[in-house]
Design a protein around this ligand. Structure first.
Ligand code: SF4
Length: 458
């Protein structure tokens, strides 16, 4: 054993293994929340279209059942009957009630899914790179310096968030799935791209993979021929949904040793931790997991979307950021709910999102003000809402791009007409200009970032 911290006393639970709850447990669990038969059927109908999965830790340690179904953690993982249009819910409910053949239910669910923009931000259309004239599936290269890898075995999570923008990864339709297990091709691609300095291993949740499988994806990135890779990021919600992964699971120590190898190779190991609500930070297991990751050299940055009815108030965010900072994590992003799945149900208007961000930001110390947002991860890049201002007598949104397919656009301010109902970039219209900086001219190509593509808009 290297410098790993031992587990804190009382937190080890040898033999205690992860136990998932899936759609077949839904009726029983929603009954525990006090839902009647009709409401339970409607929830099951929604769960045939959108994924449902939770686990014993979330159910027994995080949810306040006395407050369910309004409890924020309950709403974080349990589908709501009104997340989909009522006609769709009725149609599927009728099929379930008359025990229609599974194929008929699945076909109906697929039609509804197709209307939910399963791959937002041009993920499939623009972001898949090519290697040796062939597409590189399971990889995205949207911004010059960052490549995303979707490991084949990492495309589930310890629990699913109801608002997940990657929900299409979990519904069992291979056409909606991005994944690779071919790290030889991935690293060959990376060797040809010295502009890439960071690889994000993402999912799903890569921490669903055991240490041995995770190693198959991380170790090749430590190849001395990849010195230009400065950081390996792992996107995960396991600190919220299954902190045992770093503390008492049988391979917790092996995982932390792997993290140590990354830092020993001279690279930064960044855990991009998704926390939706301060309650996820309360259990001592979560604190212990954070402590152990940090002891292995990992840096934990935190992020989450702003979600109506789960975390849409400044006190919640300020509390989260302060607690995270105290625990040694770095607040990183507040995102805007993406334009996919049940966006209409969870979205907070952009102007309100900015108010929540500002009020929370104003009430925390400078150490928490590492956080950015609210940010929309949209097709052209990450667009931050900086405020609502009056310019030349016109009320407008002030915005800038935190990240962009076209690097020349990063950090440059621009304006959009104020719209109190706007919830996404596509709802906005440019102000003081005929088009947004990232809008393409008719003869410009869409597509993956390359130096040739997307000359700066003038
Ligand atoms: S943990 Fe992340 S990928 Fe998994 S369901 Fe939640 S938001 Fe989606």
């Amino acid at each position: 054993m290297t410098g790993l911290l031992p587990q804190a006393p009382g937190l080890s639970s040898p033999g205690r293994r992860f136990r998932a709850y899936t759609a077949k447990h839904l009726d029983q669990l929603t009954a525990r929340a006090g839902l009647g038969a009709g409401a339970r059927l409607a929830v099951r109908a929604v769960a045939t279209v959108l994924p449902f999965r939770t686990n014993e830790y979330v159910v027994e340690r995080l949810i306040d059942w006395g407050a369910a179904p309004d409890d924020p953690i309950y709403r974080l993982v349990f589908p709501q009957a009104d997340m989909l249009p009522s006609a769709d819910v009725r149609q599927i409910s009728d099929l379930l009630a008359r025990e229609a053949p599974e194929a008929e239910v699945r076909a109906t669910a697929n039609v509804i899914r197709a209307r939910l923009n399963p791959h937002p931000a041009g993920q499939l259309a623009f972001n898949i790179p090519h290697f040796a004239d062939e597409p590189l599936p399971g990889v995205q290269h949207k911004y010059p310096e960052t490549v995303l890898v979707f490991p084949k075995q990492g495309q589930t999570c310890h629990a699913y968030c109801t608002y997940c923008f990657r929900w299409a990864q979990f519904v069992g339709d291979p056409d909606l799935k991005m994944a690779t297990d071919d790290m030889a091709r991935v690293t060959a691609y990376l060797r040809q791209h010295p502009e890439v300095t960071s690889v994000l291993i993402t999912g799903g949740d890569p921490m669903i993979m055991g240490a041995d499988v995770l190693r198959r994806y991380v170790e090749p990135l430590l190849d001395p021929r990849l010195t230009h890779i400065e950081s390996i990021r792992i996107g995960t919600k396991s600190l919220g949904y299954w902190p045992q992964r770093f503390v008492s699971d049988p391979d917790a120590d092996d995982t932390l040793r792997l993290f140590e190898e990354v830092t020993a190779a001279g690279k930064s190991l960044a855990i991009m931790a998704h926390f939706s609500h301060p309650r996820e930070l309360e259990p001592s297991l979560a604190a212990e997991a954070v402590r152990r990751i940090r002891s292995a050299g990992g840096v934990i940055r935190t992020q989450a979307p702003l979600i109506r009815s789960i975390n849409d108030d400044p006190v919640t965010w300020a509390g989260m950021w302060r607690t995270q900072m105290r625990m040694g994590m770095v607040p990183y992003y507040m995102f805007v709910e993406r334009d996919t799945g049940p966006q209409g149900y969870f979205a907070v208007p952009l102007f309100r999102g900015h108010e929540i961000f500002r009020d929370a930001y104003a009430s925390v110390s400078g150490l928490c003000r590492t956080v950015r947002g609210p940010s929309m991860s949209a097709t052209p890049g990450k667009v931050s809402i900086d405020g609502v201002v009056e310019v030349a007598g016109e009320k407008v949104f002030a915005l800038h791009m935190i990240q962009a397919r076209n690097p020349d656009l990063v950090g440059k301010p621009f304006f959009a007409q104020f719209d109190p109902g706007a919830i996404w970039l596509s709802d906005l219209k440019p102000a003081f200009a005929p088009r947004f900086p990232f809008d393409r001219l008719p003869d410009e190509l869409p597509g993956l970032w390359t130096p040739e593509v997307l000359a700066p808009a003038s």
